[in-house]
Design a protein around this ligand. Structure first.
Ligand SMILES: [Mg+2]
Length: 271
């Protein structure tokens, strides 16, 4: 295994609002042909992530809910480890259960009278409208295990800071995703990547690691890889911060999957 691709989904492999990956299919097919694992590393849930894996036809290991859970599909696990697995996935959990996060947010909301709305408070139809997700994916998106996306209704910057302070005390993490704030245990996508690579051992660690992301919650993951690629459609509010923190990153200014496709082909050509 010479290469491993680690990629964010929202606004990176998937286009904004339409969640379309088809512009990246030529690069995906080329990676599959070369046997390069494509590790999804996302804030999405297990169900959503598996549905995208099925659509592009891969069964590679993946990370869900901003590093809360690591899943290794049975086929990949058995080939890689040479051992039988009795369940559909080998699973490693790093996260705090979503119910505990939900209760924490509502205790803050009550104490400071800041109305909050989490993914769990949206009806599936409403969430589909808000996010542009098709209804069947909106249903899967509500099945949170370790990371709860939310918005502060009428929330000011001051209230966001107050919440961040209170969360820090409890050892929770608040991160900005593309559209929502996210609360989780104190793990990042990079913690889960490190954990996964430790578990997978030498074969994984010796490969050249390519990372693709668009947002601040990708920063540590992009710092971990050998070749960081920032995918940024126009109007990405995090672009300057990412550029500053990752001076050696390659920047692609096209929309997610278009940039993804270009970046992978450029890279394969240069190696
Ligand atoms: Mg993203």
């Amino acid at each position: 295994m010479e290469l491993i691709v680690i990629t964010d989904l929202d606004n990176t492999l998937l286009s904004k609002y339409k969640y379309d990956f088809t512009p990246a299919l030529p690069a995906i097919e080329e990676l599959k042909r070369r046997g390069v694992p494509i590790i999804f590393c996302t804030s999405k849930t297990l169900g959503e992530t598996v549905s995208f894996q099925e659509k592009i036809g891969i069964k590679d290991p993946f990370i869900v809910e901003n590093g809360g859970g690591i899943y290794i599909p049975r086929v990949f696990y058995e080939n890689f480890k040479g051992e039988k697995l009795d369940s559909e996935f080998f699973e490693i959990d790093l996260g705090v259960p979503a119910q505990i996060l939900y209760d924490f947010l509502y205790s803050f909301s009550k104490k400071y009278e800041v109305p909050i709305k989490t993914f769990l408070d949206f009806q599936p139809e409403e969430l589909a409208k808000e996010t542009g997700l098709p209804l069947e994916l909106a249903i899967l998106a509500r099945e949170r295990e370790f990371d709860l996306p939310f918005i502060l209704l009428k929330g000011s910057l001051g209230e966001k800071k107050k919440l961040q302070r209170m969360a820090r005390k409890e050892k929770y993490l608040i991160q900005e995703g593309g559209r929502f704030l996210h609360i989780s245990g104190r793990h990042t996508k990079a913690d889960a990547i490190r954990e996964m690579f430790d578990f997978m051992g030498d074969k994984f660690n010796k490969a050249k690691k390519i990372g693709l992301g668009d947002s601040l919650n990708d920063l540590e993951m992009l710092s971990f890889v050998d070749i960081p690629i920032v995918v940024s459609g126009t109007g990405n509010p995090y672009l300057n911060k990412l550029k500053k923190a990752l001076p050696h990153a390659k920047i692609y200014m096209n929309e997610g999957p278009i940039a993804w496709n270009q970046a992978i082909f450029d890279l394969l050509e240069s190696i």
